[in-house]
Design a protein around this ligand. Sequence first.
Ligand SMILES: *[C@@H]1O[C@H](CO)[C@@H](O)[C@H](O)[C@H]1NC(C)=O
Ligand SMILES: *[C@@H]1O[C@H](CO)[C@@H](O)[C@H](O)[C@H]1NC(C)=O
Length: 989
Amino acid sequence: MGGPAVAVAAAAAALALLLGAVLGRPDPPPGAAAAAAAARRCAAPCRCLGDLLDCSRRRLARLPEALPPRVARLDLSHNRLSFIKANSMSHLQNLREVKLNNNELETIPNLGPVSANITLLSLAGNRIVEILPEHLKQFQSLETLDLSSNNISELKTPLPPLQLKYLYINSNRVTSMEPGYFDNLANTLLVLKLNRNRISAIPPKMFKLPQLQHLELNRNKIKNVDGLTFQGLGALKSLKMQRNGVTKLMDGAFWGLSNMEVLQLDHNNLTEITKGWLYGLLMLQELHLSQNAINRISPDAWEFCQKLSELDLTFNHLSRLDDSSFLGLSLLNTLHIGNNKVSYIADCAFRGLSSLKTLDLKNNEISWTIEDMNGAFSGLDKLRRLILQGNRIRSITKKAFTGLDALEHLDLSDNAIMSLQGNAFSQMKKLQQLHLNTSSLLCDCQLKWLPQWVAENNFQSFVNASCAHPQLLKGRSIFAVSPDGFVCDDFPKPQITVQPETQSAIKGSNLSFICSAASSSDSPMTFAWKKDNELLHDAEMENYAHLRAQGGEVMEYTTILRLRNVEFASEGKYQCVISNHFGSSYSVKAKLTVNMLPSFTKTPMDLTIRAGAMARLECAALGHPAPQIAWQKDGGTDFPAARERRMHVMPEDDVFFIVDVKIEDIGVYSCTAQNSAGSISANATLTVLETPSFLRPLLDRTVTKGETAVLQCIAGGSPPPRLNWTKDDSPLVVTERHFFAAGNQLLIIVDSDVSDAGKYTCEMSNTLGTERGNVRLSVIPTPTCDSPQMTASSLDDDGWATVGVVIIAVVCCVVGTSLVWVVIIYHTRRRNEDCSITNTDETNLPADIPSYLSSQGTLADRQDGYISSESGSHHQFVTSSGGGFFLPQHDSNGKLDPFAQGLACLLSGTFGKPLKRAHLDAFSSFGQPVDCQPRAFHLKTRSSPDLDSESEEYGKERTDFQQENHTCTYKQTVENHRTPNFQSYDLDT
Ligand SMILES: *[C@@H]1O[C@H](CO)[C@@H](O)[C@H](O)[C@H]1NC(C)=O
Ligand SMILES: *[C@@H]1O[C@H](CO)[C@@H](O)[C@H](O)[C@H]1NC(C)=O
């Protein structure tokens, strides 16, 4: 081509441009002539199409001259350009987009001043080996840069600040990336593609691109993704990392991608789905994991991905779908599990997938899920499409599709289905397509319904079904068999005749389950046992065949599953599966429970502790089912410590605490461990020690001579202290006027004498210590009676002309509590009427003593009053047994004996006041059959055994009812101690 011709063409083009500029922007007129005109105005050999100047595929080695200045888009792709002169485009003020892909450029070209106006620059398919910042810097308006298919091997020196939104560096040789490389694009970059490189690792903090929405890293060599790798991509919507050979995603690998909606990880080498690597993917809607090696979905995998709507798990290694495999995916719409090895589907595997519309299970190994389970798909009430194509389903029961009320499309093709129960599909009212192709059908009477039903629903075009049995119909389409042709002459499919039985066993024992089936076919049988729906691969089985007793020709097949040395892990539901060429029969599921009697691992120990301390009783037991531990105190459930909230039971630690232990906590604690196999129990005695102490302050006493003095020493302590009294630091000389009551807590001195005055010391001691206290007794002499002749010796002779009666009654009764009644009747009367002493409150027993004593709970060292009359009638005060009471004894005449009469007199009077003879008479006049005339009778008193005062003299008769003087005046009575028992005694008389 000559120079002048080029010059002419250039001149023509310039003219055309000039004209164009003068005339405005004419659209190319239609027709070939117009095209030629346009071509003329265009820079040859390019074509102009509006603002596009198309110079692609012209084998250009140089830029055409005289590019028309109005051009906005310049396509120079697929040429042989290796260099572009910097000022060759400087007149293209409108230029915005430049395509230079598939040329022979070795660097990013310098396009001169127009660079600043360029928004799109494609340099894909050149020979660029390096991205130099100084070459890019001039592209201040650049939004899209395509550098794919070059020879770039590293991304090292950071890109200059640009307005880039789309950056493509696919198909280079990038092996390494420097952190910070993209940082200058942080404010604008939306899409970054790095597919088909050789990136093997993503350095930490590589991407700080808060605007980035799509990142592609397909076909690299990233094997591991560390935690926080993608931190800094807060706006990312999709991430593609297909075909990398990723084997390991560390926990938190995608953390920070909290707005990401699509994650594509297909064609990698992942084996497991865990919540660890899904952590933080809160907005994820699509997860593509097809063509990995996933064999496990961990139970809580989806905790962070509750928005997931599409999950693709096709072509993985899943063999089981567990209860928790899809837990929490309530928004899931589409689930693809095709081309795995799924054979086990747990009862509730699809529970909670309440939005699921498509479930694809094609090309798995599913059989019994459909054959035996009750509604594996129940709960999927929104499901429209269910693909079960290419599984191992041989029979379909009417329960198989329970719950699939919205199903429109059911694909059962490529299963060797033999039998379909009537109405198997009838609850799917919206079914529009049923895909079925099988040539294995057992065309017996059970199948008669099928051709008609298929025809009625217009499913013939999807159904290709022919018979395999009986021989007569073999190969015939079901639609070609007349309804009468479906007959039940035999039953080739096994039928269960003996079901395995539910049983329970003790751990360690041996047992077996038995299962039998019959079949009219002689095709070989196979036997299998399942436990909790899973095949037992190493089961110990014994199988045999025998002719059925009745029914002649029919063979029966029995399988026995032997379980030896059963463990708790052996518990479960056992089921036999007996199959032959015509199908499988499933027995009922027989439950095995394994029990173990409880045995203690910790038993409570006897415990002796001081009051106020903490008691800790341990008890733990093993057993199966896990035993329940229960506590008792003294055989009952009344725990004083529980009432006062001092008791704590720690169920976790098998410990039982009593804090601030008190005397009333004393007792035998039993721990019982119980389960369905039985119960055992263990006892421990809690002993509480308390140093002796005075429960009430010791009070000095002053009495008038002749009165009764009562000295109290109310003692507490555990074990109950023994009490001992001394007088004036010497042993107490006990006379017949001294009485002890309530375990020596009361010292009663009757008819006190001046010589009784002095210092009394009460000493109490138990194993923990000894306590002493003093009581001072003063006796005020009475001027009239304190005559010198009234000496102790004279008392016995005539000073004791008075009659004294002392009755100490200690009665224990009142509703479960011990109550000590101390009744002291002191009857004294002096011959000298002047000296007759009226009763004073001073000598009454303190009104609160009984209740006070009772509050201690027990008077272990009880002193039983013992009185017997010489006439042979006995009055025993029973204190040891609850409810004990002294019983009125009748003599042979049926009359009350004198003692009882005396007491009756006492009791029928008003308590707390001396009962005058006149009053008694008044009572008698009411016709009471009580003779209040005291008769002579003898009382023998026995004092505390501690004091060993059981001398004969003591027992000598010394009381006597005065015969002549019939005043029945009781000096001492008891106030406020009426009890129901006492009253009943009263009535008894
Ligand atoms: C860039 O575009 C503007 C607006 O169209 C124009 O005025 C300016 O001349 C262009 N710059 C160059 C160097 O062509
Ligand atoms: C996946 O891992 C297995 C074993 O780890 C290996 O044999 C296989 O080649 C890997 N496949 C890919 C695509 O990396």
